[in-house]
Write a protein that binds this ligand. Structure first.
Ligand code: XUL
Length: 519
């Protein structure tokens, strides 16, 4: 009896696998394949092609095809129990678009297991490269799209985000406008997620709800394509996309190519693939409203699950459909570790000394405050960098250490709230989540407990857990519990006095953000 669930993650730089055993609740295998290291002939650096035009970032989709074969081969060589996998699900970098010709469906249907997939799918593409999420060359298309739909607020209300350069709708628009003949030759447009799911299925699989909500084309309320958005982007787009699909709907079994070539079980089921951020929601165990995560990395991100769409959508957040079919909001703050590093380096502190400065200063920082815009910012949109200091001496080492962290946390809390996220618990991940003083400020500003969770590929794990959920009669809570438990020793509880200080401080902070943006 097969007992394993496989989760795959086709990210910007690598394709990864996580295998879980539902019976023993153990993560039994993981493996990652870095494109730039293993598939050198595609000439990618960090997973994308050298940039040839301003803002244009593309990757070759054939590389992802070859990566799938290479990963399965590696798994076979590792004696991974492929025969005993019950269901496979996956997730991929969001927003990237793959453009396919009629030939794709035909070639996929008759793939010969004696030859690698990429040799058989070479003629499938109407565009040899795929623009990925790092591409921001579509500002012109965003402006036209927003005008067609009646303004930014309207776009946000319907699709969950204002028009964004990397989102798929405007990327398709740019392609249809600049290469009309190639667009005409395109029969299917897929996101990276649906493209990878199609390979495993042996036939085209449509885009799932979670990833569809990162295109500016889906009506979040009805989970159907929004016709005026499709019409604004390209002619006859609907027939190239097909209706979006529920991420929990079983698609049938894996294509014979994989059973014959790698010994996957012919009963192995498949699920649609999701976007990577929605998948990591599950991989971090955020399956109940109010559960949120904060990742403290190069950029800081804050995301969490909720059930009702807010009356007024925040202009800063991206709202996606979650794999649980609830909603999730994602906020990305550019001034993350860079801002923390700037302060640390200005005063030539070790991280230990930085923490001591946090301990030596009180919550509220004696009235000092910082808007930590060391660089331009995404949330809120700050186009001209510039740190703002209030009652804060630029040379005061300890006060600046506290001010940068308080400024980041206040900003996250304020903007998360506006996006419908009011966390009742937070799971912190990323480098700076090891810092206890930072976690305490987080707990006090958000007024909720903060746990640390060690992430080993939460995206692929989220996919494996979704596969398990779809096949076994267990609740989401039960499904994620064994794999996503936080480290018990690191929980920080909010302290009442500090919570009160920050509640007041947040109002003043909000006012100062508004004033700074108006100036
Ligand atoms: C989210 C986004 C990125 C990609 C990276 O909107 O663009 O997080 O999904 O994988």
């Amino acid at each position: 009896m097969s007992r394993y669930y496989l989760g795959l993650d086709c990210s910007t730089q690598s394709l990864s696998a996580v295998l879980i055993d539902a019976e023993s609740a153990a993560l039994v295998y993981q493996r990652s394949l870095n494109y730039a290291d293993v598939l050198t002939h595609y000439g990618v650096i960090d997973g994308y092609l050298p940039i040839t035009a301003a803002g244009q970032v593309h990757a070759p989709p054939l590389m992802w095809v070859e990566a799938l074969d290479a990963l399965l081969l590696a798994m076979q060589e590792d004696a991974c129990p492929l025969q005993e996998i019950r269901c496979i699900a996956g997730a991929a970098q969001q927003h990237g678009t793959v453009y396919l010709k009629q030939q794709f469906t035909q070639s996929l249907a008759k793939c010969d297991p004696r030859k690698p997939l990429h040799e058989q799918l070479q003629q499938s593409f109407s565009r040899l490269t795929a623009p990925i999420w790092m591409d921001n060359s579509t500002t012109e298309q965003c402006t036209a799209f927003t005008a067609d739909l009646g303004g930014a607020e309207q776009v946000n209300k319907i699709t969950g985000s204002v028009a964004v350069e990397r989102f798929s709708g405007v990327q398709i628009k740019k392609f249809a406008e600049s290469e009309p003949q190639a667009y005409t030759d395109t029969t299917d447009i897929m996101l990276v997620s649906a493209f990878m799911a199609s390979l495993l299925a042996g036939h085209p699989v449509t885009i799932d709800y979670t990833d569809a909500s990162g295109m500016n084309l889906l009506d979040l309320h009805s989970k159907k394509w929004h016709q005026p958005a499709l019409d604004s982007c390209a002619p006859d787009l609907q027939k190239r996309l097909q209706p979006p699909v529920n991420p929990l709907l079983l698609l049938g079994t894996v294509a014979p190519y994989f059973t014959q070539r790698y010994g996957l079980n012919s009963n192995c089921k498949l699920l649609p693939w999701c976007g990577d951020n929605p998948s990591s929601l599950i991989g971090l165990g955020l399956v109940q409203p109010g559960m949120s995560a904060i990742s403290l990395g190069t950029s800081d991100t804050c995301f969490g699950l909720f059930q009702e769409l807010p009356q007024r959508m925040s202009p800063w957040a991206h709202t996606f459909i979650a794999p649980t079919l609830d909603y999730m909001s994602l906020l990305c703050f550019k001034n993350g570790s860079l801002a923390r590093e700037c302060v640390r380096q200005q005063f030539q502190l070790s991280w230990q000394a930085f923490s001591e400065c946090l301990s030596a200063t009180p919550p509220g920082n004696n009235g000092a405050m910082m808007l930590p815009w060391f660089d331009t910012e995404i949330v809120p949109k700050v186009i001209k960098q510039g740190v703002q200091r209030y009652a804060l001496d630029a040379d005061d080492c300890s006060a600046n250490c506290r001010a940068v962290i308080e400024g980041q946390m206040l900003s996250m809390s304020l903007h998360a709230e506006q996006a419908g996220l009011t966390p009742t618990s937070i799971r912190a991940t990323g480098g700076a989540s090891q810092n206890q003083e930072i976690l305490q400020i987080m707990a006090d500003v958000f007024a909720c407990p903060v746990d640390v969770i060690q992430t080993t590929n939460s995206v692929a794990l989220g996919a494996a857990l979704r596969a398990q959920f779809a096949l076994e009669y267990r609740s989401w809570d039960e499904t994620v519990a064994m794999f996503t438990a936080p480290q018990p020793v690191t929980q920080r509880q909010p302290e009442k006095t500090a919570v009160n200080v920050y509640r007041e401080m947040k109002q003043l902070f909000s006012q100062r953000v508004a004033d700074a943006l108006n100036n």
